[in-house]
Design a protein around this ligand. Structure first.
Ligand code: SAM
Length: 279
């Protein structure tokens, strides 16, 4: 784990965020003698190393920035993308709904640009493992780069495969599908998951949700939930507190379910012989 979470001052090798007062930010890994070029002038890394988090720093043109530790949401926003990536609001709810935590083994497909992969790798910690399947080589390469940039690639195994061919793993704690037709891979997901594990998926339209729910029911998944996460920001002005003018109205529907042991067929009714009629 190379994210700077535990010490009080910025150190060489730390991934840092330089946030301008206009909320534009830069993510850089602190390297002695390196230079950051911004639209508002140049900042020397040497001037940042050793400063306490939250310090105000200035470019050579006098523009002001704050030196901060990037949040996981900041890292996700910075994901370089070739695909639609999952939004932090959905990712946050996925992490708690699938109960992702330290030391777990989690499967996902498709990797895409690796936004969800980043959050899963962050949550499973150094002892955990994320196994991420993708069928397109160029997507996998981009995701690898994104994970390396934030120092989390050593927790991820990337596999280049169409998941129609199945997963190599069994007994995983949780599995998430972000592909257009998750309903076609529920048998494969079921074979990879622990009984009683956590399944989740995201699809953008209700038609896809209906198809997925049918497939989950056919494969003995129970406790199926369908929801969406709506997030509205407010302008933080105490005397005129009100929502911002725009919001993201739709990203996708989230579907969660638990693979359970199939109920045995009802036992054949034995013809009960009343004790009084026995010899
Ligand atoms: C929407 S993107 C995933 C975005 C990702 N969750 C993120 O947050 O960056 C969907 C990805 O699934 C991949 N994909 C679609 N069908 C697949 C399949 N059958 N097997 C493996 N990958 C698949 C696509 O190539 C694409 O990269």
């Amino acid at each position: 784990m190379t994210l700077p979470l535990y010490h009080t001052h910025a150190r060489p090798g730390d991934l840092v965020q330089l946030l301008s007062t206009s909320h534009r930010f830069f993510l850089v890994r602190l390297t002695p003698d390196a230079v950051l070029h911004t639209h508002k002038g140049v900042i020397q890394h040497n001037d940042l190393i050793g400063l306490p988090w939250g310090s105000q720093v200035y470019s050579h043109l006098g523009a002001s920035f704050y030196l901060l530790r990037p949040s996981l949401a900041d890292l996700l926003k910075e994901t370089r993308r070739n695909t639609q990536i999952m939004f932090p609001k959905d990712i946050g709810f996925v992490l708690v709904s699938l109960s992702i935590g330290p030391g777990q083994t989690v499967l996902e497909a498709g990797t895409g640009s690796g936004a969800l992969t980043t959050a899963l790798a962050f949550a499973v910690g150094p002892q955990g493992r994320v196994i991420s399947y993708e069928r397109r080589g160029e997507m996998q390469r981009l995701a690898r780069k994104n994970l390396r940039r934030v120092g989390l690639d050593d927790r991820v195994t990337f596999k280049l495969r169409d998941i129609a061919l199945g997963f190599d793993e069994t007994d995983v704690d949780a599995l998430f599908l972000d592909v257009p037709n998750p309903e076609d891979y529920i048998a494969q997901a079921r074979a990879a998951l622990k009984t009683g594990g956590f399944f989740g998926s995201l699809v953008p339209t209700t038609n896809q949700v209906s198809r997925l729910v049918v497939a989950l029911q056919e494969h003995h998944f129970a406790f199926i939930e369908v929801c969406e996460v709506l997030l509205r920001y407010y302008k933080p002005v105490p005397e005129r507190l009100r929502p911002t003018d725009r919001m993201v109205a739709h990203t996708g529907y989230l579907i969660f379910a638990r693979p359970v042991v199939p109920a045995p067929p009802p036992a054949e009714q034995e013809t009960a012989v009343p004790p009084s009629s026995q010899p």
